[in-house]
Design a protein around this ligand. Structure first.
Ligand SMILES: [Zn+2]
Length: 173
């Protein structure tokens, strides 16, 4: 099988996300959110992408209706950078998930599907700036951790390739 880029998160992570929803996002209580790890480093501009929120579409709804246990399938897909998420402390996990959930733009007034997306007012959402007042630099700090972990991984891969190259050819007779 080819490299699989996305992985299901552990059920503990699903529970973490559900807790953040229940504590601060009443509009999302009934939303079906599929949480996935992205195992590939993504960069936009010069910044590593720690999380991404994607809204659903007709095809994704169709493909996921069984798993979501709803005729509608999943409403959102939340991608978490696996390297970052698994190596940061719980407070930063909450910050990251909260930030991504802020991207959900819920409008129950609309005739259509209520689950849309919105972008930032600034680098962050106004609501989050207040909540992160004690640590306004949290994102840069977490990004730095993720970057260095990816660098370490790249080094390890380089070394193991080198080791493979140096090993003698194997023959079976
Ligand atoms: Zn964002």
């Amino acid at each position: 099988m080819a490299d699989v880029r996305f992985e299901d998160v552990e059920s503990t992570v699903e529970a973490e996300v559900a807790l953040v929803v229940s504590e601060g996002f009443p509009d999302l209580i009934n939303a079906k959110i599929k949480v996935l790890y992205d195992t590939k480093k993504r960069v936009t501009g010069d910044k590593i992408v720690l999380g991404r929120m994607m809204k659903s579409n007709d095809l994704l709804r169709h493909m996921t209706y069984e798993e979501s246990k709803s005729d509608e399938g999943f409403d959102y897909f939340l991608f978490l950078d696996k390297m970052a998420y698994r190596n940061i402390d719980p407070a930063d996990r909450v910050r990251l998930v909260r930030h991504e959930l802020q991207h959900c733009d819920v409008d129950f007034e609309t005739e259509k599907n209520p689950y849309g997306l919105r972008t930032h007012e600034i680098e962050d959402f106004y609501e989050e700036v207040a909540k992160n007042a004690t640590e306004p630099e949290w994102r840069d700090r977490v990004a730095l951790v993720a970057e260095s972990l990816y660098d370490e991984e790249a080094e390890r891969e380089k070394d193991s390739k080198k080791a493979k190259r140096n090993s003698p050819a194997e023959f079976a007779e």
